[in-house]
Design a protein around this ligand. Sequence first.
Ligand code: KIV
Length: 269
Amino acid sequence: MSIHSDNRRKITVKSIAKMKNKEKIVMITAYDALFANLFESQVDMILVGDSLNMSFLGKSDTLSSTMEQMIYHTNAVTQGARTPLIVFDMPFGSYSTKEDALKNANRVYKETDADAIKIEGGANRAEIVEYLTKNGIAVISHIGLMPQFVRSEGGYVVRGKTKEDAELLKKDAKILEEAGAFTLLLEGIKSEVASEITSSSIIPTIGIGAGAGCDGQVLVWSDMFGFYEEFKPKFVKQYMQGAKLIREALGEYVQEVKDGKFPSDEFSY
Ligand code: KIV
């Protein structure tokens, strides 16, 4: 029996390109088959983000994430979701040179069913983006606030606040588009700057903390479902109080076991 209930056709890099100026693109993160399967029929893209290093491994940043870890989780996600475009987030240090980038991206295509990879960086990564795309790898370029630079930059800083920074971001976007990226992921960028990048790009933009003017949006699933009560950055809307619901349900189970009420006859053989 198939676990898949999604009757849509497989979403490809071409389908994503065609959505620009026609339909908003919805992306969400997933790290396992269970949640990927729950998301499968409603979203266009699933990002196996290195944010899993923080949200599921409890680390303070994404930098210690490894290729092995990302491959393991991507294989779980592709088991759960077939239709959405699946994006593999290249971990820190896996694309420092174009040769390393291609070696690791080839590994992603050989060892997983991911459709594309994502790398962080602006114009300084253009040569790598070009090299990858020329070798048959579909690339999403992630610019703006780049979590993999948190240690070198000493924190997470919203971008595009000055005219100079806005110009720098617009230049990055143009250069990466010309290098062959099929989508730009814009994180932590002033809305008006992200909107300008979106309207001057021929490729789609997916925003996170970059306002409504982007071609699509992405959120980390555990943030948007309210599993982190203490983590509420301005750009995260909690669509559900996940932590509260789990705690309440768990409390009920614990109480019923303590009271000898579970399992009742209904749940016994
Ligand atoms: O790793 C991740 O989940 C990401 C998102 C923040 C876009 O890169």
